[in-house]
Design a protein around this ligand. Structure first.
Ligand code: FE2
Length: 380
């Protein structure tokens, strides 16, 4: 049974439904009215601004009618019906404080134990089957990366991966970039050295939020790809030492790339980024493009460097890494705001040819939400 109680001043009401209880303010309810004068019936966009809602808006009366809550507002004299399920799904009356470093529902931090269970999709299958695509995108959203196998071995095939969920983000490196390595251990200059795990292009604002790497040739031994969950690394730092975690969240690092004529990219962002309410939203870590750190007070710089060092040690810890080999026609995608990637060194000789490009995570999550919505509707 649903029940509604109005506060004496009409400033809020309390709704009890489905075993839940939540308070809602008059101004919040009025702003979130779904009547045709407030929201466009076709696209759901809001037709009014807050200035169109009187400042002293109060609830005159509220009653439950079937699955709907009917509210009338003063001084407008306007009556609005709400779906109780929608209200409860959007309730904001929480009693618990969220500790800094909380992650969004559905985000699952991982470490080396994920190794036997790398999120993977079959390119041919996800290309023709919306359910398979939805399943693979859901894995990417959950773990921050995903591999695709059984793709075509052809120049530019990585664009077909991006086409599955969105659009390429073009940069000064082009629509895509080539990663070609000739491995010849007799000449150090051509030895494929390993790279420390990093996020790409932290000097961009906004940073590219998705990176795709696609393998076209791989005859050299070694050179495995490696990924590390930046969220798991940040959370481990927080558990080990809250002070060091705080140092990296409270101060901005600086990143820079000026490696070619006409380009001077700079950014000023924390290595561990929290939303104002403490949600862990991004990790930036890249030794090659770290610029001089100038935004940390003198008294805190040594602590900052201790935190930076410790985060690097955690990232380098084999207990954090998941490795996999990419064969021709195979690719992987990372959420570049969360998962760090790297390449292991080579031991033999041969060639390796990968193509890479950037894309956007908002488009990927939009595709996933649209596919999941269609799936739910089909099931109902
Ligand atoms: Fe990279």
């Amino acid at each position: 049974m649903s029940q509604v109680t109005l506060a004496a001043d009409g400033g809020s009401l309390t709704l009890e439904a489905g075993g839940m209880r939540a308070r809602f303010h008059a101004i919040w309810l009025r702003d979130n009215a779904w009547d045709a004068a407030t929201r466009a019936p076709g696209n759901g966009q809001r037709l009014i601004t807050l200035a169109d809602i009187p400042k002293g808006t109060r609830i005159d009366a509220a009653r439950i009618d079937g699955g709907r809550l009917s509210v009338s507002f003063a001084p407008e004299g306007k009556a609005v019906d709400y779906d109780i399920g929608w209200l409860m799904a959007n309730r904001y009356d929480r009693t618990h404080e969220r500790a800094p470093g909380w992650t969004a529902p559905g985000v699952e931090p991982w470490d080396a134990r994920l190794m036997g269970n790398v999120p993977v999709g079959d390119f041919a299958e996800v290309s023709r089957d919306a359910d398979a695509l939805c399943g693979w995108l859901a894995l990417v959203a959950r773990y921050g990366f995903g591999k695709l196998v059984n793709g075509p071995v052809e120049d530019g095939a990585l664009m077909k991966v991006v086409d599955l969920f969105g659009y390429v983000r073009e940069t000064n490196y082009g629509r895509h970039f080539e990663v070609r390595t000739t491995v010849n251990p007799t000449n150090l200059a051509y030895t494929g050295l390993g790279l420390q795990a990093h996020t790409d292009n932290p000097y961009r604002d906004p940073v590219p939020t998705v990176q795709v790497l696609y393998c076209l040739e791989s005859s050299a031994a070694g050179g495995e790809n490696m990924v590390v969950d930046g969220f798991a690394a940040a959370l481990r730092l927080k558990t080990e030492s809250p002070d060091l975690f705080d140092a990296l969240t409270r101060h901005c690092a600086r990143f820079e790339y000026a490696g070619e004529a006409g380009v001077r990219l700079t950014s000023r962002r924390p290595m561990i980024e929290l939303a104002p309410d403490g949600e862990l939203i991004a990790v930036r870590f890249n030794n090659r493009s770290a610029a001089a750190i100038t935004d940390v007070p003198f008294e805190e710089m040594e602590t900052y460097y201790a935190a930076y060092r410790r985060l690097g040690e955690i990232i380098d810890d084999p207990a954090m890494e998941v490795t996999f080999r990419l064969n021709p026609g195979e690719s992987f995608l990372v959420d570049n705001t969360r998962v760090l990637h790297a390449r292991k060194g080579y031991s033999g000789s041969g060639t390796r040819w990968l193509q890479g490009c950037y894309a956007d995570k908002d488009g990927l999550l939009s595709k996933l939400a649209a596919l999941s919505g269609a799936r739910k509707e089909a099931a109902e």
